[in-house]
Write a protein that binds this ligand. Structure first.
Ligand code: NI
Length: 172
């Protein structure tokens, strides 16, 4: 297993729409193992493959308190939104230091495939529903800053860009 680098906003790769997974092979399983290790190492509750630079529709998630309930969704799709919204203050490993209050459906039905390609459906509410919608956004090239005003978004983009440049200068 290996911890992979997490891309940070405004990296243009985070804007890519991810491609469906068709081969449920060793490469995919290696990617899932690496994503899982990367998520846990970063103390995140969810990670989409594009956040480690792989434009494939893969999500790993663990919203349990004890960090022992890994959930993997391949080619996830929200097939039904129920009425009613919840607002959570969301963070994102790709937008460090930023929280955004986002209104999302409180309950959704998800269709996905497991690591072997077997399809399943699942009803999700509360944090799980929020987290899945957040991660599916990543697969569609969307990040939490898109829910903020353009003024705030600009400010965050400039700040994170500056931090990235200074990190690169130090590394050089
Ligand atoms: Ni995120």
């Amino acid at each position: 297993m290996a911890i992979r680098d997490i891309l940070t906003y405004p990296d243009p790769r985070l804007r890519k729409s991810s491609e469906p997974v068709r081969e449920f092979d060793d490469d995919l399983h290696q990617l899932i193992r690496d994503m899982t290790e990367t998520m846990y190492a970063a103390s995140g509750i969810g990670l989409a493959a594009i956040q480690v630079g792989v434009a494939r529709r893969v999500i790993v998630m663990d919203i349990s308190r004890d960090r022992n309930d890994l959930q993997v969704f391949i080619n996830p799709e929200v097939i039904d939104f129920e009425e009613g919204q919840v607002e959570f203050e969301e963070g994102c490993l790709s937008v460090p230091g930023v929280n955004a209050t986002v209104a999302r459906s409180a309950r959704v039905i998800i269709k996905a495939q497991d690591v072997s390609g077997i399809p399943f459906e699942r009803e999700a509410d509360e944090l799980l529903a929020v987290c899945i919608q957040h991660e599916v956004d990543h697969l569609n090239g969307k990040v939490i800053v898109d829910y903020l005003s353009s003024v705030k978004r600009d400010r965050i983009r400039k700040k994170l860009k500056k931090e990235l440049l200074s990190m690169e200068n130090q590394a050089a």
